[in-house]
Design a protein around this ligand. Structure first.
Ligand code: NAD
Ligand code: MG
Length: 393
């Protein structure tokens, strides 16, 4: 039995994870589940998976859920708050932690799992973007095993040799090609981008995801964060990471080798494939995903990304080149801007403007420790929030 903690169980990745887990009751056991505000969903998940622990954001919710779980005959211990997230991420009886909290809130719980030497199934790309150098050093120091859940990175992982060990030159890797769908705004007239709504931004053509990552996909900041994620996960320089727009999302990413070979992973766009891959790794299990029907797909298209249409992609390359805490600043400003856009307080085109202005306003700190990263995150949020005022009418 593989024992699991699922951080962010109530989100899109969390729900898909529990769907795969439920198909294999002989293999997986849920020890802990966490959610933030979707308390009803967490309650139903507890009834179904009977975890030893469950964590919510607020003490009041923990108290009321405890009462309801006892009435239902469950002994699940309810906890609340950030310290509890770290606690369930590091439980001695847990083998693997699905890190699927969205945004910077996932950094410390994910690091706690790394510290405890767990197998870490990493969906929370923001954690790696914010603190890549610390994160990878901790993985090394504590013998943690990182398995990428992001479909692109999972595809790259599957297309690299098993003994790759972060050494592209030794493995003959010349490039990592990250595919991008281009999102819902790939070919809307540029003029229209001034007035696109959160609903339009969240209507992704291929993937069903949480709202924050959906907006990130629309701006292509998601791909920018993924370039930074690939840099840390696979030890490749920015110049060796190329983004290719591929609207069908069938090829999830590729690895190009010095001899001209290009290896890729293909599949239907359903996150249960990378989730099942990482849950069972190095074995293979059924994920519930329909087999790929190539004749039905008929064609695969590719084009270069349009950096003028998607300035966020260039901003991410800029932050990666700047190094230090710049990616943490980029991430924090993006989280503030996306939240404001979703709340109707910032126009779509304001997202990249707020991020660029925040990067401009903050000098780069070269080798930040965790405290310095958290401080940069807080300062960037304050600066970005102030910039939002310019857009208020
Ligand atoms: P989501 O919004 O659907 O779910 C987010 C989860 O995080 C929820 O369980 C929520 O309760 C929890 N959460 C949010 N704020 C929290 C806080 N302050 N404290 C504790 N928990 C909190 O998001 P998602 O789409 O499932 O994405 C999760 C992560 O996976 C993100 O980092 C995203 O970039 C990454 N990812 C998602 C997909 C996808 O298809 N959805 C694909 C690749 C990567
Ligand atoms: Mg992805």
């Amino acid at each position: 039995m593989k024992k699991l903690t699922v951080l962010g169980a109530t989100g899109s990745i969390g729900v898909s994870t529990l769907d795969v887990v439920a198909r294999h009751p002989d293999r997986f056991e849920i020890v802990a589940l966490t959610g933030n505000s979707r308390v009803e969903v967490l309650y139903e998940q507890c009834l179904r998976h009977r975890p030893r622990y469950a964590v919510v954001g607020r003490e009041e919710d923990a108290a009321s859920l405890t009462t309801r779980l006892r009435e239902a005959g469950l002994a699940t211990e309810m906890l609340a708050g950030p310290a509890a997230l770290e606690f369930v991420a590091a439980l001695p009886e847990v083998d693997a932690v699905m890190a699927a909290i969205v945004g910077a809130a996932g950094l410390q719980p994910t690091l706690a799992a790394v510290h405890a030497g767990k197998q870490v199934l990493l969906a929370n790309k923001e954690a790696l973007v914010m603190a890549g150098h610390l994160f990878m050093a901790e993985v090394e120091a504590h013998g943690a095993v990182l398995l990428p859940i992001d479909s692109e990175h999972n595809a790259v992982f599957q297309s690299l040799p098993a003994d790759y060990a972060g050494q592209p030159a030794r493995a003959g890797v010349s490039k990592i090609l990250l595919t991008a769908s281009g999102g819902p705004f790939r070919d809307v007239p540029l003029e229209r981008l001034k007035s696109v709504t959160p609903e339009e931004a969240c209507a992704h053509p291929n993937w069903s995801m949480g709202r924050k990552i959906s907006v990130d996909s629309a701006t292509m900041m998601n791909k920018g964060l993924e370039v930074i994620e690939a840099h840390w996960l696979f030890g490749v320089a920015a110049e060796q990471i190329e983004v290719v727009v591929h609207p069908q999302s069938v090829i999830h990413s590729l690895v190009q080798y010095v001899d001209g070979s290009v290896l890729a992973e293909l599949g239907n766009p359903d996150m249960r494939t990378p989730i099942a891959h990482a849950l069972a790794w190095p074995e293979r299990i059924d994920s519930g995903v329909a087999p790929l029907d190539l004749p039905a797909i008929a064609r695969l298209d590719f084009e270069q990304p349009d950096f003028a249409r998607f300035p966020c992609l260039a901003l991410a390359y800029r932050a990666l080149a700047a190094g230090g805490d710049a990616a943490a600043v980029l991430n924090a400003a993006n989280e503030v801007a996306v939240e404001a856009f979703l709340a109707g307080r910032l126009p779509y085109l304001g997202i990249s403007e707020v991020i660029a202005a925040t990067l401009d306003a903050m000098p780069v700190e070269e080798m930040p420790d965790l405290a310095a990263i958290l401080a940069a995150d807080a300062q960037a949020r304050a600066i970005a929030s102030e910039m939002l005022l310019r857009y208020e009418r």
